[in-house]
Design a binder for this molecule. Structure first.
Ligand code: SAM
Length: 212
């Protein structure tokens, strides 16, 4: 699959097949975040993982990473390198426009991937992924500077309490805590509750029910 940006077409399948580690090393902001992150064995979802420049770094810190991307060559490289170091990394060929994780995510990583989608796809993908996020979680986005306002508005409308911990040019890093706990502790009327549940993902609904 190739992607068209203005006049430029990017064929990641060929890039990843021809060049090992084509995208270089993780950025300093990603490195700094993970070096200061305290939880052990976190579940990290790397959306549009490429050849795994972030996934390998994160896996080496002892976290469990799942990577998702379309080019088979990238996923193949990623898994081969991970196996040689015995890292806990699982990666699959899937389209992020339809992919739905089957586990709760502690850290959602979207490193220069969302700009490859249309505005509508970006909203839908991020909205779906946010429904799979754990109660205490982080989302790390690196993207085109012009997309950051749209992305921020998705977090503002979310039922999680999101707080930007880094917002700088094309970077948007947020920490989140689930607002659901607040909802169950107040007297919420049934119509309001069902409206809220429709907006929540299945995982959060289960959490809501288990807290009642
Ligand atoms: C600029 S690269 C970044 C790769 C990686 N995140 C990194 O920083 O090294 C963008 C990646 O997004 C992937 N991508 C774009 N649209 C996708 C889609 N619909 N489904 C899966 N992957 C997609 C591309 O295949 C490519 O590997």
């Amino acid at each position: 699959m190739t992607w068209q940006f203005g006049q430029v077409t990017t064929d990641y399948e060929t890039i990843y097949r021809k060049t090992a580690h084509a995208l270089g090393s993780p950025s300093k902001e990603i490195v700094q975040f993970f070096r200061s992150y305290e939880k052990n064995h976190a579940r990290v979802l790397d959306i549009g993982c490429g050849q795994g420049r972030d996934a390998h770094f994160v896996g080496r810190l002892g976290h469990r990473v799942t990577g998702v991307d379309l080019p088979r060559s990238g996923i193949r490289n990623l898994l081969k390198d991970a196996a040689s170091e015995e890292l806990q990394i699982d990666a699959r060929v899937a389209d992020i426009r339809t992919y739905h994780p089957e586990f709760g995510v502690d850290i959602l990583l979207l490193d220069r991937t969302l700009h490859m989608l249309t505005d509508a796809e970006r909203s839908a993908v991020l909205g779906r992924l946010l429904s799979c996020i754990n109660v205490e979680s982080f989302v790390l986005i690196v993207d085109e500077r012009r997309n950051i306002a749209q992305l921020q508005s998705i977090f503002d409308a979310s039922l999680h309490n999101w707080r930007a911990i880094l917002k700088n040019r094309g970077l948007l890093f947020l920490s989140g805590a689930c607002k659901t706990f607040a909802a169950v502790s107040i007297d919420i009327n049934p119509a309001e509750a069902s409206r809220a549940l429709v907006q929540l993902g299945p995982r959060t609904i289960a959490l809501f029910e288990s807290c009642e």
